[in-house]
Design a binder for this molecule. Structure first.
Ligand code: NAG
Ligand code: NAG
Ligand code: NAG
Ligand code: NAG
Ligand code: NAG
Length: 474
């Protein structure tokens, strides 16, 4: 019996050894590596950056290699699409643009390093819904990975890295040395069917991921890190976008982890393009000076139907925050938050109607934002300085606020008054500590009062396909 077991173990060992040898020789004989991942679309054709003269030494600029690769690969758009593979290495590059029916794929040991040569960053017009750049009134530096008017575009990888080397830009921003607005890491404008997944984004010059005037977007499995004091390094900013799904992201930010936007004052009102049908789930956020999820402050095109589920915030200033001002116009309505776990927070609930921060002095003082139907349920927080600071606008109250099933444990050094509410209307149910009088308690029986929609958004029915590739050795 014992001998049989030993023989079996030996046989197994032999088989394992043989098969690993077979795998080795298979790899060297064909000179290729294979990999697979999930995507909204697979591509018929694939090429490596090295086929276009790319050099991964961290010193040589690859801007030309990226541009010629993508220009060549864009010819496959109508022939099944193409993928550009970025091998292991450090690939210094300035801004470049993607194309339609195209995938940029980063190997797990590939690092894109953003160039610090300002001539590698062409300047483009401000966004029409903003009227000006956020840092400077004139144009803005094109984002590192940019695309406009595209269909079916993917940026993904086996957790490969994009490093914005932002300190260079942060210093210039602080010293007011920038003539134009800082670039973002990834920006896609006027595009449909976008996937950005399984990447690590480090040290962005400003915002990290900015889909704008776009639709049908999946953002999944991103690790985004830009620790304080990095100015305006928001994680993900869906801006005038429809049907977006953000899930399984881990974000450490110098600003908001997710900031939902739709244009600025009179420019955003005129452009009139809302953000709607947005789901954010399984987000982990560390943002000591900002929110886990901010709605605004630029919300002049409107924000509607946002669903946030399973949100974890650690050492973050506030949870799901509303920021707006007189002159913004627009609306924030039908917002649903379910399941937040938070540790070490300044304010669990924070709404600000006096955010200010105008594009210019031409905003319309009669353009009042409409804030209504804001629902929070199933929230647990500890080590909290203040439970809530809710400030609407006089003659323009924030209405339909609903907060249910919330347990907040205050910090040792908490404020004496846990809630402050002005120009706020709504209800609460099963909330401790006791809320302000303008949010009367409906009793424990109404704990389900703050609805969360039972239906799914259309983006949830978009299934990812399994794509398999073989790449010849680098
Ligand atoms: C991202 O990576 C995870 C784990 O490594 C994997 O399960 C998932 O399928 C990948 N997602 C995509 C969209 O490739
Ligand atoms: C992109 O699409 C927008 C909206 O349809 C349009 O106004 C703009 O001219 C297009 N830009 C380019 C470069 O085609
Ligand atoms: C991706 O890489 C980052 C940075 O090294 C790491 O923190 C994270 O856990 C990785 N994610 C996955 C899914 O492997
Ligand atoms: C509680 O929050 C304070 C900051 O407000 C922080 O210094 C402290 O470490 C936190 N305590 C715990 C147990 O996390
Ligand atoms: C209240 O919230 C907790 C999580 O914070 C959850 O486990 C529980 O099911 C919720 N209660 C109800 C009645 O939904």
């Amino acid at each position: 019996m014992r001998i049989q077991v030993i023989i079996l173990v030996c046989a197994l060992l032999l088989v394992t050894l043989l098969s690993s040898e077979v795998a080795e020789s298979r790899k060297s004989k064909t000179g290729s590596t294979s990999f697979e991942y999930k995507a909204i679309n697979c591509r018929a054709y694939s090429a490596s950056l090295t086929d276009f003269g790319g050099v991964g030494d961290g010193k040589t600029s690859n801007t030309k290699a990226f541009k010629s690769a993508i220009s060549h690969l864009s010819e496959y758009a109508s022939k099944g699409g193409a993928q550009l593979y970025v091998p292991a290495g450090k690939w210094l590059t300035g801004s470049f643009s993607l194309s339609s029916h195209f995938t940029l794929y980063l190997n797990k040991d590939a690092v894109l390093l953003a160039s610090q040569d300002i001539s590698e960053w062409p300047v483009i017009e401000p966004l029409p819904s903003y009227g000006r750049g956020r840092d400077a009134a004139a144009g803005r530096y094109t984002s590192l990975i940019f695309g406009t008017n595209l269909t079916d575009v993917i940026v993904t990888g086996d957790n490969g890295t994009i490093d914005g080397q932002g300190a260079f830009w942060w210093q210039k921003f602080h010293k007011k040395q920038l003539k134009y607005t800082r670039p973002y890491l990834i920006e896609l404008m006027f595009s449909d069917k976008i996937q950005i997944s399984n990447l690590t984004l480090l040290n962005s010059p400003s915002w990290n991921v900015h889909p704008v005037y776009s639709s049908n977007i999946i953002i999944k499995g991103l690790t985004i890190i830009a620790t304080l004091p990095s100015p305006n390094t928001d994680g993900i900013n869906p801006d005038s976008c429809t049907n977006t799904r953000i899930e399984d992201c881990y974000i450490v930010s110098g600003d908001d982890c997710v900031a939902v936007k739709s244009g600025w004052d009179e420019y955003g009102i005129k452009f009139g393009w809302p953000t709607k049908q947005l789901v954010i789930r399984r987000l982990t956020c560390i943002s000591p000076e900002s929110a886990a999820i901010a709605l605004g402050s630029e919300m002049s095109g409107g924000i509607q139907d946002v669903r946030a589920e399973d949100i974890t915030a650690i050492h973050t200033e506030s949870g799901v925050r509303i920021k707006t001002a007189v002159g913004r116009g627009g609306y924030v309505k039908d917002i649903y938050v379910k399941g937040m776990t938070m540790h070490t927070m300044k304010w669990v609930f924070w709404m600000t109607g006096s955010y200010g921060s105008h594009a210019d002095s031409h905003y319309d003082p009669k353009a009042l934002p409409e804030i209504k139907g804001i629902n929070y349920r199933d929230v647990v927080a500890d080590n909290v300085t203040m439970a809530a600071r809710l400030e609407g606008i006089s003659n323009d109250p924030f209405t339909g606020i609903c907060i249910a099933n919330v347990t907040i444990n205050m910090a040792a050094k908490a404020k004496k008054q846990p809630w402050t509410c002005t120009d706020i209307e709504g209800i609460t149910s099963g909330v401790t500590p006791k809320p302000c009088n303008s949010l009367p308690d409906q009793g424990q029986d109404n704990i389900k009062a703050c609805d969360f929609p039972a239906d799914n958004l259309p983006i949830d029915s978009l299934k990812l396909k399994k794509c398999a590739y073989r790449i010849k050795h680098e």
